[in-house]
Design a protein around this ligand. Structure first.
Ligand SMILES: Nc1nc2c(ncn2[C@@H]2O[C@H](COP(=O)(O)OP(=O)(O)OP(=O)(O)O)[C@@H](O)[C@H]2O)c(=O)[nH]1
Ligand SMILES: [Mg+2]
Length: 461
């Protein structure tokens, strides 16, 4: 598939005020077209003669030869550019109008407005990036923590693709063995079944490792939701504020202070976490509070982890136990709060007995005790069952995961029926497994799949 290389342009920076705004162009004649509306600062300069990776100062002019903005024009020549085509980047003054007026002047020269993701799509079609790298661009843009960014950057530089190529090579050599035995039975003899079994078993193990690692990466990319719950006045809002390190929610010693769900975001050891403080759960006649309690229950239902607070001062009450019953089958962390109080009404034995299946932490939000441990437990729970034996770091998306599962299924079928089916049938399974792997890097993708890949991109990327 070859990219259409007509000329496209878009504003690549977000709207609003900033230091600079960038209008990007790509295509066969973009340098020629920019030259028509560009007046260089140094007379005699001709941007058409400029080498790649150069900047030229000057002005963009409108149709009446009036100055729109003072700009720097960056030139990157094919094939050494993001898209693989000639690319021009115009650095305008920040703000909405200069960039928009420049774009208007550019469109006036016969350049077309780019579609969302069209620059990256061209990079893919011109072989600058494979599909898994192109898809990682979105993950880099949307990364919420340093760890998420690091994982996404690894994919952009071809980390996933390298792993997939290794797997492909294994299958290609197995396929060659099968074909040799099929085509030259007299010379080559029967298939070395022990070797074939070894290759397939190893292949399946590698796929499982990638799937496991990707589950871990998903946590860093998509994050998790944590609901803070408990009866009124146990310190839920205080915990939210402490974790956020700001006074986000109102805290008072009056039970029933929080009426609504309060959400904010934190970073726990590189995992993006949506924290939700909820209204204290109790039976109440107050209409507003009752709606709040209902909302709390809803939010708790949707959370990945529930932090359940107890109050050392009040002891474990029937109210506490009834709340706990409604969340007992979830990922629960019990935080025994206010442990700074002199009078302690919660005994260790009771905790062990009543919350045998949950993680229990003693602490004090007020004195900042136990919060580090809480973060440890959150990290462990979020990655639970997803911590592999090695430190393989691969981030794949849903599309790539499905392709990997398909490749796994065919390889499994090949392994199960290895010694029982004719060689040509075996060859078909191996081939289908290879085809599925090819979808990950995007060797034979259909047009509509490519459309879907770039569907989420912003204009100008
Ligand atoms: N001694 C002590 N007091 C605390 C601690 N954490 C919170 N408190 C106090 O407990 C009271 C209630 O705190 P909140 O954070 O408003 O409790 P809440 O669970 O959000 O209460 P509702 O919104 O009414 O359900 C306040 O007076 C806090 O200062 C703690 O660790 N130790
Ligand atoms: Mg509160």
């Amino acid at each position: 598939m070859k990219a259409a290389n007509d000329d496209i342009a878009a504003i690549s920076t977000p709207p609003g005020e900033g230091g600079i705004a960038i209008v990007r162009l790509s295509g066969k004649e973009v340098i020629e077209k920019i030259n028509r509306i560009f007046k260089p600062y140094t007379s005699g300069t001709d941007i058409r003669k400029k080498k790649g990776y150069t900047l030229t100062l000057g002005w963009i002019l409108d149709e009446n030869q009036e100055i729109i903005d003072e700009v720097l024009v960056g030139i990157m020549r094919a094939p050494k550019s993001y898209t693989g085509e000639d690319v021009v980047e115009i650095n305008c003054h920040g703000g909405t109008l200069p960039a928009r007026r420049c774009l208007q002047a550019i469109l006036g020269t016969g350049v077309r407005l780019a579609e969302p993701g069209e620059f990256t799509r061209r990079a893919f079609l011109n072989g600058r990036l494979d599909a898994s790298q192109a898809e990682a661009v979105i993950d880099v843009i949307r990364a919420k923590t340093d760890k998420g960014l690091k994982l996404a950057m690894k994919q952009i530089t071809g980390h996933t693709s390298r792993h997939i190529h290794h797997l492909e090579n294994d299958l290609i050599s197995l396929n060659a063995m099968v074909e040799a035995s099929l085509d030259f039975p007299d010379e080559v003899g029967d298939l070395d079944y022990a070797e074939a079994e070894k290759i397939l078993t190893n292949f399946l193990r590698e796929i499982d490792k990638i799937l496991e690692s990707s589950e871990r990466s998903e946590v860093y990319r998509d994050g998790i939701g944590i609901a803070i719950c408990g009866k009124p006045n146990v310190g839920k809002s205080s915990l939210l504020n402490a974790l956020l390190k700001k006074e986000r929610a109102i805290v008072t010693n009056i039970p029933g202070t929080t009426r609504d769900v309060i959400e904010d975001y934190i970073n726990v050891r590189g995992i993006p976490v949506k924290l939700m403080d909820t209204a204290g759960i109790r039976m109440t006649e107050d209409v507003v509070e009752r709606i709040g309690v209902e909302r709390s229950r809803q939010v708790i239902k949707e959370a990945d982890i529930v932090v359940f607070l107890l109050d050392v001062g009040s002891g474990i009450t029937r109210e506490d136990m009834s709340i706990y019953e409604s969340i007992a089958n979830r990922n629960v962390i019990v935080l025994v709060n206010k442990d700074d109080l002199e009078e302690k009404n919660i005994r260790e034995e009771d905790l062990k007995e009543l919350f045998a299946d949950a993680e229990v932490i003693r602490g004090s939000v007020k004195e900042d005790i136990g919060l580090d441990e809480l973060e440890d437990v959150i990290e462990r729970m979020a990655l639970s069952g997803k911590i592999g034996a090695d430190d393989l770091e691969i981030m794949i998306n849903m599309r790539q995961k499905n392709a990997l599962l398909k490749a796994k299924k065919h390889a499994q079928e090949a392994l199960i029926s290895l010694r029982d089916v004719p060689l040509d049938c075996l060859g078909v399974d191996i081939w289908e497994s290879l085809e599925a792997l090819g979808e990950i890097t995007g060797k034979n993708l259909k047009e509509e799949v490519i459309d879907r890949i770039f569907h989420d991109f912003c204009i100008g990327k």
